[in-house]
Design a protein. Structure first.
Length: 367
C-alpha cells in the first residue's frame, strides 16, 4: 500500500523529500539502543522499514546500509532487504561485515541472491562453514578460489573432501586447496596423484614427517610381525619402521623380461613390501617418476637399483621414457628425501588408494 493512502481526508500527499525524511526518521528509531525501544516496538519498525525501504532512492539506501552494517542491533528484516538489494553498493556493507546477519541469513542470501552477492560473501571475515558449503555447492571455480584464499573462512570436513576431489578435474583449485590448513594427510596424499611436479614436492615436504618419536615410544610393539587384525595392521603400517627389500628377490624381479615382467613386477614388489598390488601398479605406471623415487628410497634401494627400477617401469608400461630434466628432478628427490619420510608417504598412498578402490570397485585390470 502506498504511503499516500495513509493520509486523512484533506491532507496533501507527501512530497519525495518529506517521504525520505519520514523513512529516515523511522530508521533512526529502529537503530535506537534496546534500552530505549522495546523488542515489540523494534519488531514493528523493522517490518515497516523492510517493506518501505525500496522507496528510498539508491543513494539513501546505500547510506542506510552503511549505517546498519556498523550496528549489532540492526533490525534483521531491514538488514536482509538491503543485503539482497541488486545494487551491490547497497548490499556490500552488510554482506561484507554486517554483524546482524547470522549463519541462516547468510545461507539464505547465498542461495537466493545473485552471483555478485556470493562473491562478496566469499570474502567475508570468519565466514561460517555452513555458508561456505553453500558457496561451494553453487559457485564456479573462481568463486571457490576466492573463498579458499579468504584465510578466515571456515571449511567443513565435507567441503575439504569435495574440493580435494574436484581439484582433479579443476586444476585451478589445486594450489588454493593445498594451502588450506584443514587439508588432511589422507587427502593431500590422494591429490599427489594428479597435481604437477612442484606441488608433489610440496606435499612430500609438508605431509610427511620423521617418525623417530613414535618409533622410540613404541619400540618393541611396532616391530612385531603383525597383530592378526587386518584393519589394525593396515593402520599400524603407517607408523612402523621402514623395512629394506630383499635384494636378491629385487634383482630377480627387475631382471624379468617381456610378459613375465608385466605380471610379476607389480605383484612381486607389492608382496615384498606389504603394499597392495593396486598401489604398486599405480606407482610403476605413473609417468611423473616421483612415486618411483619415493618407493625406491622407502625400501632402501641404492642408486643403481633405482635406475634399474625406472628402466623396468618404462619397459612394463611400454613407453613414457623420462626426459633428462625428469631424471634430474626425481634423482634429486631420491637423494634428498629420508627413508622414513619416503616410507610414510608410501604407506599413506596405500591407505588412501585402498579407500578409493573400495569406494569405486576399482581393480588393477581397470587401472
Amino acid at each position: 500500500m502506498a504511503l499516500e493512502s495513509y493520509r486523512t481526508a484533506g491532507e496533501e500527499p507527501l512530497g519525495a523529500r518529506d517521504r525520505d525524511t519520514l523513512l529516515r526518521g523511522l530508521a533512526d528509531l529502529a537503530l535506537l539502543p534496546s534500552s530505549l525501544v522495546s523488542p515489540q516496538e523494534r519488531s514493528i519498525l523493522d517490518s515497516m522499514l523492510a517493506t518501505l525501504v525500496a522507496r528510498l532512492d539508491p543513494r539513501m539506501r546505500a547510506r542506510l546500509a552503511d549505517r546498519l552494517s556498523q550496528h549489532v542491533d540492526t533490525p534483521r528484516e531491514l538488514a536482509m532487504a538491503l543485503a539482497l538489494d541488486e545494487d551491490m553498493e547497497i548490499a556490500r556493507p552488510l554482506l561484507a561485515e554486517g554483524q546482524t546477519l547470522k549463519g541462516g541469513d547468510l545461507i539464505h542470501v547465498a542461495r537466493e541472491g545473485l552471483a555478485a552477492h556470493r562473491e562478496v560473501l566469499a570474502g567475508r571475515k570468519d565466514l561460517p562453514s555452513a555458508v561456505s558449503d553453500v558457496l561451494i555447492e553453487m559457485g564456479d571455480a573462481g568463486l571457490i578460489c576466492k573463498l579458499l584464499e579468504n584465510r578466515t573462512s571456515q571449511l567443513s570436513c565435507r567441503a575439504v573432501e569435495t574440493l580435494a576431489r574436484r581439484s582433479a578435474a579443476e586444476p585451478e583449485l589445486q594450489a588454493p586447496v593445498l594451502a588450506r590448513p584443514e587439508l588432511t594427510v589422507r587427502l593431500a596424499q590422494l591429490m599427489f596423484w594428479w597435481v604437477p611436479a612442484e606441488m608433489r614436492l610440496e606435499i612430500l615436504n609438508r605431509f610427511t614427517v620423521e617418525r623417530r618419536h613414535i618409533h622410540s615410544a613404541m619400540e618393541g610393539v611396532l616391530d612385531g610381525q603383525g597383530t592378526g587384525d587386518a584393519v589394525l595392521d593396515a593402520a599400524l603400517s603407517q607408523v612402523r619402521r621402514p623395512r629394506p627389500i630383499d635384494k636378491q628377490r629385487l634383482a630377480r624381479l627387475l631382471s624379468a623380461q617381456g610378459a613375465d615382467r608385466e605380471e610379476l613386477l607389480p605383484a612381486g614388489l607389492a608382496a615384498e613390501t606389504g603394499l597392495r598390488p593396486e598401489t604398486m601398479f599405480r606407482i610403476l605406471n605413473d609417468h611423473g617418476g616421483e612415486p618411483l623415487a619415493v618407493f625406491a628410497k622407502a625400501v632402501s634401494m641404492n642408486r643403481k637399483e633405482f635406475g634399474d627400477l625406472i628402466v623396468a617401469a618404462v619397459d612394463m608400461r611400454r613407453g613414457g621414457l623420462p626426459t633428462k630434466k625428469d631424471l634430474e628432478r626425481i634423482g634429486t628427490l631420491f637423494d634428498t628425501i629420508s627413508t622414513d619420510r619416503a616410507d610414510l608417504a608410501l604407506r599413506a598412498w596405500d591407505a588412501a588408494l585402498a579407500n578409493e578402490i573400495v569406494a569405486a570397485g576399482f581393480t588393477v585390470a581397470e587401472a
